[in-house]
Design a protein around this ligand. Structure first.
Ligand code: SAH
Length: 473
């Protein structure tokens, strides 16, 4: 598969597999694995082969995360937590474990600890936050899909990772004239890990036609009972927040990339939550570094072969590295199983491509790309979505994945142009309002620099044989 480095990448940064500078979407980085010379020596392994002799972990000269004791700094609470995991584990973490805790640790995680990660003052802006047209278009998808299911008198709506709740609030407002649709809603289930965001979501929905006694929060999709009513699932920028494992090929053998403490000492010099403890590297150096396990990790023996099996031979042979998210594949399977059992459909929108990435994990802070390892918990970590892996997960349960299609194409198929004109008409010559509407429209539909119409893709999961994928023809 095509691999390329991002624009403007410095040689220093290009060294590191995980440290991706500002990039265009959908890249498949390449040269970065060259720096991962961590020749760890297997000391003692359990069946997952995790215990290692850390003295054997070698970084190449000049690698960006080589620690410097002269500028040592204290670990943040999140760094202490992660380092103590390394200590108690007796070996490095997988990239997936690092990502999982950095994003969703109950007190120090990026989504869980920060008050508001969205909007101009947060870390990033999403399509529903840019324009009401986005949530309204997803509302059109929901009503049309519900109609294609025979307008069931009872059904559920599930949103995965609703953020501020803006998409759902716009969807409910946009569909309020479809009374049978809104009356049939047995429950609106919101899958959200952050207590702060749960509050924000309820606040947003308080101003919508949806009565809050039909809204329920869950920590994960698994927590929602299967039940027996058809269900529509919506996930916008949810899949990219799910953890990924990273693997690289070394002398024709696959190896897993792991995250170790940067100072070569066992982590957790202070117990979790304690202040202090040096060894974070120093200055702006990282507390962690990447190493390559010289042995077969558990994920290498399970997650990797399962994904490689699903790829065609040419793609498999062309890869020197690969990123795999069992969480994404498992979610797709769970959605597909539910849809096959009860009817319904899922729409998932995210940045990604229809195939695997060698390495795509990025960190985003204050609307700019940042260092993936540098400040876990304070930066957003996000991996581009391999929609082919979503397809694999979905097809394992017998359901069908439609797409991916470009977000701009989907929104147009869902009537966004007509809705824009109607809103401009309703703004009665208010030039400011018209400009905001048109600017927002362009940003979410356009294909230019900084626009999201092509960078973001959508897929729809339906039941085999009787699913209509509205907007995906
Ligand atoms: N859909 C929203 C927010 C996207 S950000 C929008 O487009 O604006 C990702 C969202 O998923 C956040 O609400 C975050 O708190 C939530 N989230 C991330 N990882 C999660 C997980 N593992 N389980 C549940 N929610 C998660």
């Amino acid at each position: 598969m095509a691999c390329r480095l991002a624009r403007g990448r410095t040689a220093r940064r290009a060294l590191s597999l995980l440290h991706r500078p500002p990039i265009e979407p959908a890249p498949s980085p390449t040269a970065s694995k060259a720096c991962l010379h961590g020749a760890a020596t297997l000391l003692q392994g359990d069946e997952t082969g995790v215990l290692i002799d850390r003295s054997g972990l070698i970084l190449p000269p000049g690698a960006p995360n080589t620690p410097s004791s002269s500028t040592a700094r204290k670990r943040t609470p999140m760094e202490q937590h992660l380092a103590s995991l390394v200590l108690h584990r007796g070996g490095p973490l997988t990239v997936a474990e690092f990502m999982h805790d950095a994003l969703t640790h109950p007190t120090h995680g990026y989504y869980t600890a920060k008050c508001d990660v969205f909007g101009a003052r947060g870390g990033f802006v999403t399509s529903p936050e840019i324009s009401q047209l986005f949530g309204e278009a997803i509302g059109v998808w929901a009503v049309a899909t519900w109609q294609s299911l025979g307008s069931p008198s009872k059904f559920k709506l599930v949103e995965l990772g609703p953020g501020r709740g803006t998409l759902m609030a716009d969807l409910m407002r946009g569909t309020q004239c479809f009374t049978a649709f809104q009356d049939g809603l047995e429950e609106v289930a919101l899958v959200e890990v952050s207590a702060v965001l749960r509050e924000r979501q309820l606040e947003a929905l308080r101003g919508s036609p949806l009565s809050l006694d039909r809204v329920k929060h869950y920590g994960s999709l698994e927590e929602i009972e299967d039940g027996d009513v058809p269900t529509l699932y919506i996930g916008h920028e949810f899949l990219d927040a799910l953890p990924v494992h990273q693997f690289v090929k070394r002398d024709d053998a696959w190896r897993e990339v792991l995250v170790d403490v940067a100072d070569g000492e066992e982590g957790g010099e202070g117990e979790e939550g304690e202040e202090g403890g040096e060894g974070g590297g120093g200055g702006d150096a990282r507390a962690f570094r990447l190493v390559v396990a010289p042995y077969e990790t558990f994920a290498l023996k399970t997650v990797l072969p399962a994904r490689l099996r699903d790829l065609d031979e040419a793609t498999r042979e062309s890869l020197d590295a690969i990123e795999v998210s069992p969480a994404v594949i498992g979610l797709a399977s769970d959605l597909a199983r539910r849809i096959q059992k009860n009817g319904g459909a899922a729409i998932l929108v995210d940045y990604g491509q229809d195939g695997p990435y060698e390495s795509s994990l990025v960190a985003i802070k204050d609307h700019a790309f940042a260092d993936v390892l540098a400040d876990p918990g304070a930066v957003d970590l996000s991996a581009y979505v391999d929609f082919d892996a979503v397809r694999s997960g979905c097809e394992k349960e017998g359901a069908v994945m439609h797409g991916p299609v470009d977000q701009g194409v989907l929104l147009k198929a869902l009537g966004i142009d007509e809705r824009l004109q109607a809103l401009i008409g309703a703004s009665a010559g208010d030039e400011g309002a018209t400009k905001r509407l048109v600017d927002g429209y362009k940003r979410i539909v356009g294909d230019g620099e900084g626009e999201m119409g092509v960078r973001y893709k959508a897929v729809c999961l339906t039941k085999r044989g009787c699913g209509v994928a509205v907007g995906f023809d």
